[in-house]
Structure formats: structure tokens, C-alpha cells
Write a protein that binds this ligand. Structure first.
Ligand code: HEC
Length: 149
């Protein structure tokens, strides 16, 4: 398991940076939790608009969709850090024993968010809401397999 994890980490880091930007595993944990926290704040505001708890604002929605499509690129690097499976984290061990399955879910999440940002930028409210519904399924789908409650 350790070898697989290191290889996954190496493959990811080798294409982007020459050394890990994280000094300690805790830094990696904090980094990915921060990214998810920012995703959730933006996503929550979008959900309020979709559900009518707040006035629809296509420009604001489009901006938030843009933000989260970039934020969703960030956690992968932090999950590939050796030792970040322990400590103050809700990440399940399945992330590392089933790295390929986890990566598939992360990639699908990113793809759906890029699509959402694209659709939102085109200005059609109904199409935007539909794309949001598709993207929203990713949260629960990944959390139920890979995140402790
Ligand atoms: C591919 C898997 C995956 C997807 C998709 C995903 N998450 Fe998560 N999320 C995780 C994991 C794993 C953690 C636990 C990270 C840790 O504690 O190290 C997490 C943590 C979180 C946290 C807690 C952050 C903190 O401060 O500790 C929030 C909030 C969150 N996710 C919201 C969301 C929302 C909202 C979505 C959908 C828009 C989403 N996540 C999509 C895997 C995912």
C-alpha cells in the first residue's frame, strides 16, 4: 500500500513541481480541508440561488462556478502526501487502498465543475440549474465512500 501511494504521489508531483510544497503531513491535510471549505462556501451560496432562498444572479453564480472549478484541482496533490492519512483528518483509508477509484471520482467532480462554469457563463438559467444538479451529486457520492462523517 505504501509503495502504491508513493508511486501515485510521485506521478502527480513529478508533472507539476520538483519537491513537495508541504513541510509536514498536517500541512497537506490543512490545505485540502481549506480547499473543500472554500468549495463548500461557494457551493452553498449557489445552492441557495438554485433553491430560491436567495435571488438568482447569473453573474454571481457564474463567478462562483469559475472559482470552484479551479479550487477542485487543488486537493489531489495534498491527498498524495505520505503520512497524511493520519492525524486531524476525515479522509478514509480507502482513498489510499483504492487510489484509482478515488481519482476517478475526483476527475469526474472536476469535469462536472468545468462544465458547470462553461454552462453558467453562457447565461441560460435553466441549463445552469441542471448542470448544478449534476455537479452536486459528486459531493455525496465521494463522501459516502471516502470521507468519515
Ligand atoms: C472526490 C472526492 C470528494 C468530492 C467530489 C468532494 N469531497 Fe468534500 N471531502 C472529501 C474528503 C476525502 C474530505 C476529507 C478531507 C480531510 O479531512 O482530510 C472532504 C472534506 C470536505 C469538507 C470538510 C472540510 C474541512 O474544513 O475539514 C467539506 C465542507 C466538503 N468536503 C464539502 C464538499 C462539497 C460541498 C463537495 C461538492 C461540491 C465536495 N466536498 C466534494 C472528498 C470529496
Amino acid at each position: 500500500m505504501k509503495t502504491k501511494m508513493m508511486m501515485a504521489g510521485f506521478a502527480l508531483v513529478a508533472t507539476t513541481v520538483s519537491a513537495s510544497p508541504f513541510e509536514k503531513p498536517e500541512d497537506a491535510i490543512h490545505y485540502r480541508q481549506s480547499a473543500f471549505s472554500m468549495i463548500a462556501t461557494n457551493f452553498g451560496d449557489m445552492a441557495d440561488m438554485v433553491k430560491g432562498r436567495k435571488d438568482w444572479d447569473q453573474a454571481l453564480f457564474s463567478k462562483r462556478a469559475q472559482y470552484i472549478s479551479t479550487l477542485a484541482l487543488m486537493p489531489a496533490e495534498a491527498f498524495s502526501v505520505d503520512g497524511s492519512d493520519k492525524g486531524d483528518t476525515k479522509a478514509k483509508p480507502e482513498i489510499w487502498t483504492d487510489w484509482d477509484g478515488f481519482t476517478v471520482k475526483l476527475n469526474k467532480f472536476q469535469t462536472d465543475l468545468v462544465n458547470l462554469a462553461e454552462v453558467a457563463s453562457q447565461g441560460d438559467e435553466r441549463a445552469t440549474k441542471r448542470a448544478f444538479g449534476v455537479a452536486a451529486k459528486n459531493c455525496k457520492s465521494c463522501h459516502s465512500d471516502y470521507k468519515f462523517k
